[in-house]
Design a protein around this ligand. Structure first.
Ligand code: BGC
Length: 723
């Protein structure tokens, strides 16, 4: 009863809005809505209920009588997932080995929104080929702690960078007639106890840091589906959270599509029904092999509730309408979707380009890189040099059509010009520590070679079938600390002693603690999980065929204790599973730069084999807009790309603001000696902040400094503007 009039009124308003207004990006004439309401009218109660919950591992109900197909979903986010069958039993003899793109964090490191679009297009096309309607990606949770086991799937610590990358990705997917599903809404920023943790954050942190990516996905990209996360938010599960879903997503942002639960994230029928969840997914694995989908929270119970007048049927109709809306947008109702393509050369090339542009050169003392043709012997060391990563990580696993490992890529490119030896150096095994015999072998190989390349870092886990057991970059687990496992620090130190011409390549979803060896290492490359073409891309960078242009989408701290989420001691949660985001808006560089904590490598940082100069900064205000113009010149000997980053600093404000915030960027490609003018426009929102005393975005007039550079700590020019 307590839901009463308030909900009925809101529901009525919601329905009217849904039926009256044209959907985002749709034709004004609303034949879609008419068709949807006609279909809903023709459905029986049972048919409607069948549509709002799963019918197998990755489908929800259709209505054959009315030609409404099942909605077929698949992970996501960097390839179409292995076929798990309706019952989670991997299908045999199916053609499910497809394009394995670099993971989200590598995509974000390209700082190239156009590549976001190309990436999405590949996914959408392959999903379409495989008969999917919804691809469960992109994952865009803010990287708040480097320990989060799923950071590799996510994008950045910065909401602006996330927003720019996510729009391209979604448009790329949806342009293929497939729905994207942006996830995980909201505050699923760690995996430890993701099902129970109750996140509390200030309204300001919510608005400034955690929501903007999702808002861009909805209001700019017109995403058709959003996935609610497992955790609680301010005491209520996120998937059935009235404030997040009804108020913000559906009312403020006017979201027309469907809110899909994460798999098993619904906990209560009434809350889910009233608070905006449209589709309950997930299987209670303990019920296999005979799962009772009708017993879901949004199953038979809903039929009874309608029959007994405990909920109005219109509440159900709204959910069904939203799912039908997704189907209409996904060319499912008229069934005229163009067939996608699978494993094309073009798709593989996109995977390669993203890797080439996303791999970051972190250190290059004495120009140790690129390796020249005169190098005749190379010792490749490290298990990650031969490790295939595509099937790891949990739900984002992909059976790759092929996956070029770093060793294969290096061998292919070196051809017979230089000899390459390989030694593993360490073992990826449960609890494995430094192995003296393996280290000795590696040391011998390194001392005999002109150059050693150690491919080290994180891994998804020692056994891909057991996601969270001894895994590092994987679902349902966080890394225990920033120390590399399996004795890799000992290995690197020993190899460096044997051969100072050693390059360290790090794989993984984020930073490692490098303090034990960084001083002595001349070359360091961050390779992330670079996808099926990763080994080729890495080799091209190492041998100088590709000039690196990736920039860190997250700060690499010197040590875990420097990370605000950890420094404040609230990670992972208190004894009642409450997690207070006391770092507030000071996430990533917002913290390091404001509180003057030197990171190992700053947000936005990444080296090139050439150099760039910045000059002629002009900052011109017109009304509430500011145009930033800067000349960038390639002052080195090879072609390359730089990312011009524009940060805004407000001199005085009623509430404290971070030292600087990214509000614009552009990647430019320049030939040697070439210079170009880059123009970046900052709209009013670039100067606003969320004043949680007034509970609104404010633009406080005053002096703003516009800082232009190529990392948050390498500001080349700055200008002032009074607004
Ligand atoms: C993950 C989601 C994924 C879903 C379906 C969940 O465990 O959190 O990201 O899309 O499973 O596989």
């Amino acid at each position: 009863m307590k839901f009463g009039i308030y909900y009925i009124r809101r529901l009525f308003t919601g329905l009217v809005l849904l039926i009256m207004q044209p959907p985002v990006n749709a034709q004004p004439a609303s034949s879609t809505e008419i068709k949807i309401s006609d279909l809903v009218k023709k459905m029986t109660l049972e048919e409607k209920v069948a549509m709002i919950h799963a019918t197998s591992s990755f489908t929800s109900g259709g209505v054959a009588r009315l030609n409404i197909p099942e909605l077929v979903m698949s992970d996501g986010p960097h390839g179409v997932r292995v076929e798990h069958g309706r019952d989670w039993e991997a299908d045999k003899n199916v053609y499910d080995s497809g394009t394995y793109l670099p993971t989200g964090v590598c995509l974000a490191a390209t700082w190239n929104p156009q590549l976001g679009y190309e990436f999405g297009k590949v996914l959408g096309s392959e999903a379409s080929y495989r008969g999917k309607d919804v691809i469960l990606g992109p994952g865009i949770n803010i990287i708040r702690t480097p320990l989060n086991g799923r950071n590799f799937e996510y994008q950045s610590e910065d909401p602006y960078l996330v927003s720019r990358m996510v729009v391209g990705y979604i448009k790329g997917v949806q342009g293929q007639g497939i729905s994207a599903c942006v996830k995980h809404y909201l505050a699923n920023n760690q995996e430890v106890n993701r099902n129970f943790v109750n996140v509390h954050m200030s309204e300001r942190a919510l608005r400034e840091i955690y929501l903007p990516g999702f808002k861009a996905a909805v209001t700019e990209a017109g995403v058709n589906t959003v996935m609610g996360s497992y955790n609680l938010f301010r005491g209520q599960y996120a998937t059935q959270n009235s404030y997040l879903v009804n108020e913000i997503l559906k009312k403020e942002w006017n979201f027309k599509g469907a809110l899909i639960s994460d798999w098993g994230a619904v906990h209560n029928t009434m809350e889910a029904l009233w608070n905006g969840c449209d589709l309950e997914m997930g299987t209670d694995l303990s019920m296999l092999p005979n799962p009772r989908y009708d017993k879901f929270f949004m199953g038979d119970t809903v039929t009874k509730l309608v029959r007994t007048g405990k909920i109005p049927e219109s509440l159900l109709d709204e959910k069904v309408s939203r799912i039908l809306y997704v189907m209409a947008k996904t060319t499912m109702l008229d069934r005229n979707r163009k067939k996608g393509e699978y494993n094309t050369i073009a798709h593989q090339q996109t995977a390669g380009t993203v890797a080439e542009e996303g791999i970051v050169l972190l250190k290059n003392e004495n120009n140790i890189l690129p390796l020249t043709a005169s190098i005749k012997s190379i010792a490749v060391i490290g298990y990650n040099a031969v490790r295939k990563q595509s099937m790891g990580g949990g739900s984002s696993q992909v059976r790759a059509f092929y996956e070029v490992t770093p060793l294969e890529g290096l061998k292919k490119l070196a051809g017979n010009k230089s000899s390459i030896t390989y030694s593993p150096g360490y073992k990826i095994e449960r609890g494995a520590t430094a192995d003296p015999a393996l280290i000795q072998q590696a040391v011998e190989a390194a001392s005999k070679a002109e150059v050693a390349i150690i491919v080290a870092g994180w891994t998804h886990g020692y056994d891909y079938s057991v996601w969270s057991d001894n895994a590092y970059d994987a679902e349902d687990t966080d890394k225990p600390d920033l120390q590399m496992p399996f004795g890799q620090d000992e290995l690197i130190k020993a190899v460096l002693k044997a051969n100072p011409k050693t390059i360290v390549v790090l794989m993984g979803g984020g930073p490692v603690d490098m303090t034990q060896w960084i001083q002595d290492t001349k070359g360091i490359i961050q390779a992330w999980y670079p996808g099926m073409e990763g080994g080729n891309a890495l080799a091209k960078i190492i041998f100088g065929f590709v000039n690196p242009s990736g920039k860190l989408p997250m700060t690499f701290p010197k040590k875990l204790g420097d990370v605000p989420a950890h420094k404040l001691g609230t990670y992972p949660h208190d004894e009642k599973k409450n997690l207070y985001y006391q770092d507030d808006i000071y996430v990533g560089y917002r913290y390091y730069d404001t509180y003057k904590i030197a990171p190992e490598f700053a947000f936005g940082y990444g080296l090139s084999y050439t150099s760039f100069s910045y000059s002629n900064l002009k900052v011109l205000a017109s009304g509430k807009k500011v145009t930033v113009t800067v000349s960038v010149k390639n002052t080195g000997a090879v072609a390359g790309a730089d990312v011009v980053q524009v940060y805004v600093h407000q001199q005085e404000s009623a509430l404290a603001r971070p030292e600087k915030e990214l509000k614009g960027f552009q990647k430019i490609f320049l030939k040697p000696g070439e210079s170009r003018e880059v123009v970046i426009t900052l709209n009013e929102d670039a100067f606003q902040y969320f004043n949680d005393r007034l509970n609104k975005w404010v633009m406080e007039p005053g002096v703003f400094e516009i800082r232009v550079g190529n990392s948050s700590r390498d500001i080349r020019l700055s200008g002032k503007v009074k607004l």
